[in-house]
Write a protein that binds this ligand. Structure first.
Ligand SMILES: [Fe+2]
Ligand SMILES: [Fe+2]
Length: 224
């Protein structure tokens, strides 16, 4: 019982927020899940693992978790952040380059149907529209910046490397080819990711992630 108490105390506050929001917005998560099932490529392994709806849902939930981590000590609208995180990548299968803008339209329709207040809908829709793509540099509010940061954190990590290697495995690449693809795809983006972070905590996490990816590449290069 005592140990249980310690474990509960050890859980960061943002994790509780994260869990609470997955319950509060279970309907939105379900909507996203169904939307992915409907729009994902027929060949589920065409761009594995990204082409799998369950992979995309996992990304959405991780972004929600990172959002809560960055938002927990700030005076921000947590509901705006939570719903924008859940709905941020809706059009990822239908409009790759413009998915932020296209997805914001799908999210707007959903939120209006669910009768969320007009001002609230506007904030969520804008955060989604500017989370990446051509409008990425227009993030103004802290809610919009937190969503961008959380999305980037998910790209630069051990997880990011794992995803890349899973894809290489699916493409039947050998380790040398996987390494050169990793260098080609991830290395040129690292500095951009680091520079475009808004929050100091996010920047710290992404800087560490960049260092980790570089160290991994250097070590693999030496071993092959
Ligand atoms: Fe996105
Ligand atoms: Fe995303």
């Amino acid at each position: 019982m005592e140990l249980e108490g310690c474990l509960l105390k050890a859980e960061p506050k943002y994790m509780k927020l994260y869990r609470d929001f997955t319950v509060k917005y279970a309907d939105a998560i379900n909507f996203v899940r169904k939307y992915y099932e409907k729009t994902a490529p027929k060949d589920r392994f065409s761009s594995y693992p990204w082409s799998l709806p369950e992979f995309k849902i996992e990304h959405v939930l991780r972004v929600l978790r990172y959002c809560m981590m960055l938002a927990v000590r700030r005076k921000v609208d947590l509901d705006v952040i939570a719903l924008s995180a859940i709905l941020h990548d809706l059009a990822v299968y239908t409009s790759r380059k413009q998915h932020a803008i296209e997805g914001s339209k799908v999210a707007e329709k959903y939120l209006k149907e669910k009768k969320y207040p007009e001002e609230f809908v506007k904030k969520v829709v804008r955060a989604i529209a500017v989370h990446s793509g051509p409008l990425a540099f227009e993030a103004e509010t802290m809610e919009e910046k937190i969503l961008q940061d959380a999305d980037t954190i998910d790209k630069v990590s051990a997880f990011g490397i794992t995803v890349h290697l899973l894809h290489c495995g699916c493409m039947k690449h050998m380790p040398k080819e996987a390494l050169s693809k990793l260098k080609e795809r991830i290395l040129p983006r690292l500095e951009f990711y680091r520079k475009t972070m808004h929050t100091p905590e996010g920047k710290k996490i992404v800087s560490k992630g960049c260092k980790y990816v570089r160290t991994f590449i250097e070590r693999l290069e030496r071993e092959l």
